[in-house]
Design a protein around this ligand. Structure first.
Ligand SMILES: [Zn+2]
Length: 333
């Protein structure tokens, strides 16, 4: 592993993790960012499931989460606008920034603390990044893109420090808006926002890049101020090195030369077919061919794209079986 931050966790070869969300069971009736009886029960069941099937770095499944931007707006007591349609055709309510941003209470710490209390394995704590928060809420106060991003960065930074104090060793800062803000990646505002969140943290930090054509900003991924970049790649891994331009680009100068990489091995888009073990093994082998052995593996994205708990579970199971085979093969050599 590139960073020594996690050395004492003794993670195995190809650590298995997830991006974050899992379909909510029927009994979870409401989710507005806070834990309740139902989301506690769902979190506990999901933590047990991940332990049983052999996930190494667990997530809490986000059963409490309404939306990754609205929950922040609520926690900051911002007024909410009407429904907005998101990039993946879901609806959420944007907050309206009408005053200096200030955190009224902790936003994610209680959720982390609860999930971590259920297991000895590390739980990955989740935050939404400053660029995404700046994009997914309206601004009537700052009226200046840089000031707005930095104000959100301050809020996320306070959260990250709170999570560290609560014992979080691994913190993921999601920036799905990166794909729509490529100019800010090129001029560095995106990185500066992220740097203000991560600089000096003891926790191992991750950013998940969601459904973007990251060949457009591949160079910039190499020096993002985080420990791990988490990418979607399963479809390209099916194409293989000969056919995928993306894989050829990566192979020339693998991201693993610069930081840790978590590779998407499971497709989470409709029609939601569960992969065969052979497909999983082939994807892992293709990923090793490109990145070398120093990779984490995980689904492409969170499972919020489906309500089908059974299929999502099957997909995770086949992933862990594929990784077991890959580990055996490496040890046999
Ligand atoms: Zn994603």
């Amino acid at each position: 592993m590139r960073t020594s931050k996690l050395e004492d966790l003794n993670l195995p070869l190809f650590p298995i993790t997830q991006v974050g969300s899992f379909p909510k069971p029927d009994y979870v009736k409401s989710a507005v960012g806070r834990l309740n009886l139902e989301s506690r029960r769902a979190t506990e069941e999901f933590v047990r499931f991940q332990e049983e099937i052999g996930i190494d770095v667990l997530v809490d499944g986000e059963f409490y989460r309404g939306d990754m931007a609205t929950d922040y707006a609520r926690a900051l007591d911002l007024p909410l606008a009407d429904w907005t349609r998101s990039y993946d055709n879901r609806f959420w309510k944007k907050g309206i920034v009408d005053r200096p941003l200030e955190r009224a209470s902790e936003i994610q710490t209680e959720q982390f603390r609860y999930a971590q209390s259920l297991t000895k394995r590390p739980i990955k704590a989740m935050l939404t990044g400053p660029t995404t928060l700046a994009d997914w809420n309206f601004d009537k106060y700052y009226k200046d893109r840089e000031k707005l991003v930095f104000a959100w960065a301050e809020i996320v930074r306070e959260e990250a420090e709170g999570l560290e104090k609560a014992g979080a060793r691994i913190i993921q800062i999601d920036e799905p808006a990166i794909g729509e803000r490529i100019s800010e990646v090129h001029d560095g505002l995106f990185q500066e926002g992220l740097r203000r969140v991560t600089e000096g943290l003891k926790a191992y930090t991750i950013t998940h890049v969601c459904y973007g054509d990251f060949s457009l900003f591949y160079e910039s991924l190499k020096d993002l101020p985080i420990d791990q970049i988490d990418i979607e790649l399963s479809n390209n891994l099916d194409l293989g090195l000969k056919k995928s331009k993306m894989l050829q680009l990566i192979k020339e100068d693998p991201l693993t030369n610069y930081r840790d990489v978590a590779v998407g091995i499971i497709d989470v888009r409709p029609p939601y077919r569960v992969e065969s073990l052979d497909i999983i093994i082939r994807r892992i082998e293709n990923a090793i061919e490109i990145f070398g052995q120093n990779i984490w593996v995980k689904p492409d994205c969170g499972f919020r794209t489906t309500k089908d708990i059974e299929k999502a579970s099957e997909k995770l199971i086949v992933l862990t079986r594929g990784v077991s085979r890959a580990r055996e093969k490496v040890l046999d050599r």
